[in-house]
Write a protein that binds this ligand. Sequence first.
Ligand SMILES: Cc1cc2nc3c(=O)[nH]c(=O)nc-3n(C[C@H](O)[C@H](O)[C@H](O)COP(=O)(O)O)c2cc1C
Length: 217
Amino acid sequence: MADVRQLLRGLPVFGGELPAFDPAATPDAPVELFTDWLLGAIRAQVPEPHAMTLATADADGNPSARTLILKDVDADGWRFAAHDGSAKGRELTARPYAALTFYWQPLARQVRVRGPVVRESAERSAADFLARSAGARAEALLGRQSRPLESLAERDTAVAGAAERLAGDPGLVPPEWTLHTLRAESVEFWQGAADRNHTRLVYRRTGSAWTKELLWP
Ligand SMILES: Cc1cc2nc3c(=O)[nH]c(=O)nc-3n(C[C@H](O)[C@H](O)[C@H](O)COP(=O)(O)O)c2cc1C
């Protein structure tokens, strides 16, 4: 069997040409810097740069994390969607507070966002649902995410049934589909460096004003 510990030690990290990051030349609002970094990741052809880790906690405070797709971001916050019946949906109902992490590996850039999560209107949630692919809508219509599944055949039959329902009623939207906005209280930008002199800048919000602070790597 492979010596995993030895293998892990030998793996490179923060290689290649890395971008510069000057915290003194950053905008006042973190959403502007986030958008700048996101566009940089898209330009650099980072695979799935809109994939992020969403961390939530249950009513006891025990955390869960999973990968999700970012739907939008603006001055109001970072948007993602979930079915209220999924584990993440239930956790957000119990504790509407979350953390997001983005990692753009080829650029050695990480962004961490934390804050309360608010539910968007039924209209905005419906618009998000209707913009999903047919397969994604069929899966979400079932509302069974994260529940135990007897067999893959059971899944395929149920999804085919949901797809048929949607084909007959293309405007159908499950009321449990919710667009959420994470209203950031803090946003940290982390630029990795091969020599480990990483640069960290955290924005913290008080009311509508942001302060910035450097952090030790
Ligand atoms: C790249 C990637 C993107 C994903 N995007 C979504 C997504 O947008 N929505 C979603 O519900 N699950 C998405 N998933 C699956 C989730 O990670 C997770 O398995 C699912 O949402 C169930 O999580 P839960 O049990 O915590 O509710 C994605 C997984 C990967 C690897």
